[in-house]
Design a protein around this ligand. Sequence first.
Ligand code: NDP
Ligand code: MG
Length: 374
Amino acid sequence: MRRIALFGASGSIGRQTLDVVRRLKYDLVAVSVHNNTEALASIYAEFRPKYVVITGNAAPPAGVKPLYGREGLVEVAESEDVDTVVVATNGIIGVFPTLAALKRGKRVALANKETLVAFGPFVREVADLGELVPIDSEHSSAFQLLNGVKREEVKKLILTASGGPFRTWPKERIAKARPEDALRHPTWRMGAKITVDSATLMNKGLEVIEAHFLFDLSADEIDVRIHPQSAIHAILLLKDNSLKMHVSRPDMRIPIQYALTYPGREEIPIPPYLPPDEEVVLTLEMPDTERFPALALAYRALRLGGTYPAVLNAANEVAVFAFLEGRIGFYDITAIVERVMEENPFAHERTFEGFLKAHEWAARRAKELVSSKS
Ligand code: NDP
Ligand code: MG
């Protein structure tokens, strides 16, 4: 019986986690939301969690005394009442409960990729004190594929990407894409920020960095292939040139459930990717970094190391929300990220505080660049 704290309970991953928790009858001890008062009220009415954390402006349910902000998340992550922390918030606030829970030897089921991208070295430092189990589908697959494989037997990890809604669009058309075009993801239903990241391929770039920190693989050992069916989530190329793949329907409840039941498995009401009456065609294409420069930027950030991934992530987050608000164009997102990376004055910072400063600077600088464009 797991005692779960779910941060970001009102989001896309949050709601799917509630679905798993409801079905497996796990104990939901704590939830957090940011601004969504209605979602909090209905989650509270159903699950009656002992702790409610509000990180933004949401109003608490009647009669509930909530905890607030980053301190609230950390207090819950450290609480004796919790053994598993699901981090499904947006942004970098997730790093604080992640570090706190791992230091206390708990399981962190991590969806929030920004945490690992921006603060990878610090998460890695404490990862083995607890259990870090990825929820991001490609990393959940890689985590499962690597089980029982020796590090020296792995030549490459290949992450797949759907290619997003602009996979077949020419560059001139992509340049004029509007937020509603970018939000039309072909295979996955996700929050708005990550959906835009899938359209730019920045999502895959962030995932390459995430994989580096999770599995201790270098940039040269991580590849990307475009796989429009979103059935294969990750592939291992092994020493004997055989490939090991992990295949499932594109439904996040599968990796969410695994992160909770690991090392065991439970039934799930989702059919296998093996329809009895239709042909299964799975294709793999090379990504086009000319039309999708974000992927190359992310590799550059990973190779530069230090605070560069944090700077890439912060600038991207600001630029994506500005694009969603209609303030900048689609290719302005990557132009802003590139410019902010080039200017990074915190290249030699090595401390956690230094990384936080780099994150804050990059967000500020990206906002200035957005203002100058809009
Ligand atoms: P959503 O936007 O759907 O949900 C985000 C959740 O976090 C909501 O509960 C929201 O609360 C809360 N939140 C928003 N901003 C903040 C903030 N500044 N501080 C604390 N909490 C905040 O996002 P997703 O569920 O799609 O994604 C969540 C994380 O999981 C992201 O890091 C994403 O990259 C990652 N992820 C998501 C996948 C998916 O399929 N959706 C797949 C793989 C990874 P409120 O509703 O109250 O605003
Ligand atoms: Mg993913």
